[in-house]
Design a protein around this ligand. Structure first.
Ligand code: FE2
Length: 345
């Protein structure tokens, strides 16, 4: 599934991260009802035949429609919500997220999101991990995205944003997760990763709002319906300015965000870490980031050498501009890594 459109060489948008500079645990505990309610009688292994309920999205907005033709890595911008996981799958995921060990080790808080669970990993959350690594799910996400994708790094399987409004006012005083009727929203931003898939893990019956707004360069705003339980939205968030709008009337809003990058090492990867540096285990994040980036470099150099050998065999002359373009792109790739790997004090 190679990208069919022509892509232009432009500087990618600048990503603004949270003010949070290093991993911080939330100051508020999650309600016991949420933790107790997430328990399941039996933990299961991920089984695509049982746990997927995929139906293609009714429509997919294009980069062209947003006035961003040629930007990014795919002609597809964002999908309408589409069914992805069954209720059983959601229950298994929630059981992993609200597991005691996960809550003790994987909770993060930032100026953007008060309560997150991140970096659960394959040992603590095998169901969630296997789901996002499964060929079936990757084929679905790639189909909707219009380009073959893989999860960016293991640490980003997955990021769970948790908003809860407790109806018990006494509890609210101590927890005070959300003070009014509205579940919080996020300001206009670009993502750190090329593509994201947002899956809803809450029952959204009676909830109003919660759409994702997309802003075109000419200021025009398009809205994508927020996903309902088990459904997902795929968005080329690194290249499209977007905002999650407030949701009203819900008791909880728990969404799972998984980040993706192109599978082919020859497609540009403009991933940055600014959005996640302050909300990650830094050693794990840098290890996984440098590993896949160096692998890309390895593959690109191998590919370039092969092309050079083929050129020589075909007795075509050395192409100075071509080689300079290749080298410049790799220089920029390494420079970006130098920028992203920062000491965190
Ligand atoms: Fe985003």
């Amino acid at each position: 599934m190679a990208p069919s459109a022509t892509f232009i060489d432009v500087e990618p948008p600048t990503v603004i991260g949270p003010a949070t500079k290093k991993a911080t645990r939330p100051s508020n505990a999650l309600p016991q009802s949420l933790i107790q309610g997430a328990k399941v009688a039996k933990r299961e292994s991920f089984d695509p035949a049982k746990h997927l309920s995929f139906q293609p999205p009714k429509s997919i907005y294009t980069m062209e429609q947003l006035g961003l033709q040629g930007h990014g890595i795919s002609p597809n911008a964002a999908s309408e919500p589409f069914p992805l996981f069954t209720q059983e799958a959601i229950a298994q995921m929630r059981a992993e997220i609200f597991d005691e060990k996960v809550l003790a080790e994987c909770q993060y808080s930032s100026t953007f999101n008060k309560n997150m669970v991140r970096g659960m990993g394959p040992a603590r959350a095998p169901f969630t991990y296997d789901a996002w690594k499964s060929p079936e799910v990757l084929s679905i996400i790639s189909q909707v995205a219009g380009i073959e994708l893989v999860p960016s790094i293991d640490f980003e399987i997955a990021n769970i944003n948790i908003s809860v409004r407790d109806e018990n006012s006494e509890v609210e005083k101590t927890i005070s997760l959300v003070s009014d009727d509205e579940l919080p929203a996020v300001a206009w931003h670009y993502d750190s990763f090329p593509f994201v898939c947002v899956t809803m893990l809450s029952d959204c019956t009676g909830m109003v709002g919660g759409e994702t707004a997309l802003r075109a360069p000419n200021g025009e705003i398009m809205k994508v319906r927020g996903p309902a339980m088990g459904t997902a939205v795929v968005l080329q968030g690194r290249y499209i300015e977007h905002q999650a709008l407030k949701a009203m009337g819900g008791r909880e809003r728990i969404s799972m965000v998984t980040c993706f990058r192109p599978k082919s090492p020859l497609v540009k990867d403009e991933t940055v870490l600014v959005g996640v540096r302050g909300i990650s285990n830094i050693s794990e994040l840098y290890t996984q980031y440098t590993d896949y980036r160096l692998e890309i470099l390895e593959e690109r150099i191998r590919h370039q050498r092969k092309q050079e050998r083929e050129r020589e065999v075909a007795q075509r002359p050395f192409n100075v501009p071509d080689m300079k373009r290749f080298l410049t792109n790799q220089k920029l790739f390494i420079e970006s890594m130098l920028q992203e790997i920062q000491e965190v004090d």
